[in-house]
Ligand binder design. Structure first.
Ligand SMILES: Cc1ncc(COP(=O)(O)O)c(C=O)c1O
Length: 378
């Protein structure tokens, strides 16, 4: 993490709320993924944090990309737009997956010229792809267990495994090619058995598809790789060794992709905020800061995530409430945060590990703009 002294210096220079992106940490996270999962090509899930500078750093590090909207596609495309046409096309085919199983007609029409790999999970989507993006390659997204994940995704997406081969056949009948399978075990998955079960399920579908003459070439194991928000989260290498074992045993010759979002960016960003109000309410000390759940702390609502608020100053502590700057009572960051009771208006606080699903879902609610972004170590 960036040192407290450096954070304070940056806040003095740029003001608060300040969202500090540490590109050295981004490169480190990418390197860890490559080191421990050497067979798996990471497609950074841009939705986790779509700042173009983050995409640029990961592009330069050799990442591939999972995009789920045309604006996300365009952010990645900015990095390759000057490549010779053939090279650019090869990059899109090889290194971009459009991993949103539901795509609008307008999106498909724009995607078609790029001939990307796209995910699907239902019959209606096959009809749309056939009509509006017949040059796309397909990956069938299957529903897998999300038990114990912080963010559950299986209620919204994923074909029932039992209907997978029917959906592969239907795509084939529509003149489309299914390249492989994809799944998502739920975001911030600390239950590593979800991956093991999903890989086993995928093996069964590969075999059934093969028996019907469909040779699937790739397996996309999605996102879900947990960020180490605290020591209760087991280290990445223990998940990786489980994954490597299962993949080598069940998919020794298959191309393996993954779509890590949170793992790449969560630990690379820190928020610095200022105390703008202090009150005693019902015997509880309440601090008000200049960022909240409509802004960088939006992950409290959308991502079911908790972020500690830390003080730079030491002093006798009390259990406090911490609120954001808007007029909405929903704008509550914490109701039981241990902070020094001696903090004063103008003092700074910070929240580490706040890079994923935070700034990305920040709003302008109540007239407060998203935090200023500063990049270090680019
Ligand atoms: C299709 C897909 N891929 C990848 C991700 C990234 O997941 P994570 O941030 O858990 O790695 C998501 C997150 O919602 C997703 O929906």
């Amino acid at each position: 993490m960036i040192s407290p002294a450096k954070l304070k210096k940056l806040a003095k220079e740029h003001g608060t709320p300040l969202f500090v992106v540490d590109h050295e940490q981004l490169r480190h996270n990418f390197g860890q993924f490559r080191k421990y999962l050497p067979r798996v090509q990471p497609y950074f899930a841009v939705k986790a944090n779509s700042l173009p500078e983050i995409v640029r750093t990961l592009y330069k590090a050799g990442s591939s990309f999972d995009v789920a909207s045309m604006p996300e596609f365009d952010i990645v495309y900015e990095n390759i737009k000057d490549l010779p046409a053939k090279e650019r096309q090869a990059y899109i085919w090889d290194k971009i997956i459009y991993a949103n199983p539901i795509k609008s007609q307008a999106t498909l029409e724009r995607l078609d010229e790029y001939k990307p790999l796209v995910t699907y999970d239902n019959l209606a989507e096959i009809g749309k792809i056939r009509k509006h993006a017949p040059h796309a390659g397909l990956a069938l997204r299957i529903k897998v267990s999300n038990t114990g994940a912080m963010v559950e995704l299986s209620s919204k997406f994923g074909a029932d495994p039992g209907e997978s081969v029917v959906l592969i056949q239907a795509a084939h009948d529509a003149g489309l090619i299914v390249e492989g399978l994809s799944f998502h075990v739920g975001s911030q998955t600390t239950n590593f058995e979800n991956y093991v079960q999903a890989i086993h399920l995928a093996r069964g579908i590969f075999d059934e598809a093969a028996s019907r003459g469909f040779n699937l070439k790739l397996l996309d194991i999605g996102g879900g790789f947990p960020a180490r928000y605290d020591d209760d989260v087991k280290p990445f290498r223990s998940l990786a060794s489980k994954l490597n074992r299962e993949l080598d045993r069940l998919f020794p010759n298959t191309e393996i992709l993954a779509e890590p979002g949170r793992f790449m960016v969560a630990t690379a960003c820190t928020l610095v905020a200022t105390i703008i109000g202090k009150a005693e309410r019902g015997g509880k000390l309440c601090y008000y800061i200049d960022d909240g759940v409509y802004h960088t702390f939006s992950g409290i609502i959308f991502d079911h995530c908790k972020y500690p608020v830390r003080a730079f100053k030491a002093g006798p502590t009390r259990i406090c409430s911490v609120f954001g700057p808007t007029c909405d009572a929903l704008d509550t960051i914490a109701l039981a945060e241990e902070l020094p009771e001696t903090l004063e208006l103008g003092d700074l606080v910070y929240s580490p590990n706040i890079g994923a699903y935070s700034h990305a879902s920040s709003t302008y609610f109540n007239g407060f703009p998203p935090a200023t972004v500063v990049h270090i170590g680019q």
